[in-house]
Design a protein around this ligand. Structure first.
Ligand code: DX5
Ligand code: ZN
Length: 218
């Protein structure tokens, strides 16, 4: 099974963002994960459209944009125009999730849906065949550098079973507290995409850390 790494720039040095992106460009990373936080859905404010546009100008990897905002349907086209390749909304923030997923795809992006730690996998049963990726939050969203929630493994197994039983092509992505101690087990459990911020950007050699994350357990 293909293994993807999506470094989260929330943990990057924002005073030197172009340099950080160039390091990612030269690495084995597959996506650049952009965490958009509005201070309402999550108790933190990160960055918005101008930063995504700036990242896009320098990125040589597709942008994996994670919307931790209320009423994300207001901004789908704006994030498409800013350069989003994957656009992920939270199940908990969408009154009309099927319609929002349909609109994301109509705009030419890949549609992702994210579940908070308390939200069951079965809430996606009716749209699992419409989405391109499911992002399982392995921490409570809002901050980098948190502890991985161990119960996430059981949730990944449930999601994998739903994807297999429904014939969905959705990728499984996890986000939060991912590091070299759990990356191998996560891939073995069926995860396709690891989002990692702190482990990569606080390491001495981010490109080497990305290589290790991708090959761990092999
Ligand atoms: C948290 C974000 C994560 C976070 C990853 O709400 O969605 O992407 O930045 O953080 P680490 O890898 O530092 O735990
Ligand atoms: Zn994220």
């Amino acid at each position: 099974m293909t293994r993807y790494i999506a470094p989260s720039i929330l943990a990057a040095d924002f005073a030197n963002l172009q340099k950080e992106i160039e390091i990612i460009n030269a690495s084995k990373a597959d996506f650049i994960h952009c965490d958009i936080m509005d201070g309402v859905y999550v108790p933190n404010i990160s960055f918005g459209l101008p930063v995504v546009e700036a990242v896009k100008r320098h990125a040589q990897k597709p942008l994996d944009v994670h919307l931790m905002i209320v009423e994300p349907e207001r901004y789908l086209k704006k994030f498409r125009d800013a350069g989003a390749f994957y656009l992920t909304v939270h199940q908990e923030t969408c009154m009309h999730l099927h319609s929002t997923v349909t609109e994301i795809k109509k705009l030419g992006m890949k549609a992702g849906v994210s579940l908070n730690p308390h939200t069951p996998v079965n809430t996606l049963e009716e749209i699992i065949n419409d989405v391109d990726m499911v992002l399982i939050m392995t921490v409570n969203p809002g901050f980098g550098g948190q502890e991985f929630i161990p119960r996430s493994y059981e949730k990944i197994r449930k999601l994998k079973a739903l994807i297999e039983s429904s014939g969905s092509h959705a990728l499984i992505e996890v986000d939060g507290g991912v590091d070299l101690t759990n990356a191998g087990t996560l891939f073995e459990t069926g995860v396709n995409v690891l989002v990692t911020g702190t482990t990569i950007f606080e390491s001495e050699n981010p490109a080497e850390t990305i290589r290790q994350l991708k090959n761990t357990g092999r």
